[in-house]
Design a protein around this ligand. Sequence first.
Ligand code: 5IU
Length: 274
Amino acid sequence: QKTSQKTYHTRSTTHKTAAGRKLLQIMSEKRTNLCLSIDLTNPSEIIPLVTLLGPKICLLKTHIDIISFPPSEPNPIGTFTAKLQELARQHNFMIFEDRKFADIGNTVQEQYRGGVYKIASWAHITNAHAVPGPGIIRGLQAVAERVVGEPRGLLLLAEMSSKGNLGGGEYLKQTLAMAREEGVEGFVVGFIAMSEVGGEVEGEDFIVMTPGVGLEVGGDGLGQQYRTPEEVVGRDGCDVVIVGRGIVKDEDPLAVAEVYRERAWRAYEGRVGK
Ligand code: 5IU
């Protein structure tokens, strides 16, 4: 049985990372494999929208560095990330900072732990390019292990959703090999990819998260390519659909989030034969 044919519930008991088990459990309990990508720049728009959509999602994806924080407050970033964490606890979702780390191990450690954003202190999941080699995983993991409380996890970028991206193919294979060697010790949760990765090996479980999801096939004029939840989850075996503008820019975000949740969840149920 391929990993993509197993239920999220089953996988929540066997996944090799604590962060992965927690996410799969949330997905199974809340019946949602929807990740909201909250790509807004104003914190006072983000908080109400996350409050509204929290019940629909398993994961909230952030780009903390696109947000303009008010200079008047004493600690606006800390206040904002504390509020996100509170909403995550209240509505039972996890937080994924889409940081796309890409430097040597020593540098990413500082970028992950410190600076203005202190990502490791509030984001349960982050991601990294495999380009620098396995040291990037080891560096990030060393920081993650020092975080007290909820587990931390990493996604490796195996391919991207954008037209002409250099991932996929041989690059994806090498990224998978790196995850197998460096990630099995409980840190690499899975991949950003466009279809199932590594699921044919018995006992192996990488959660695949996929951006570039719309209600119809299309694009955005800047290289983004959209596929439907049925294609992504049902046909191609991805686990989590990441949706940004399709929800955030809609005039009724709650209603359209429910459409995405429902379609992605049904595609999953069909895939596991429910
Ligand atoms: N994102 C992609 N493609 C990728 C990766 C990340 O679109 O391969 I890695 C991000 C960019 C944006 C979100 O934050 O996912 C998708 O937003 P839209 O649904 O608005 O296109």
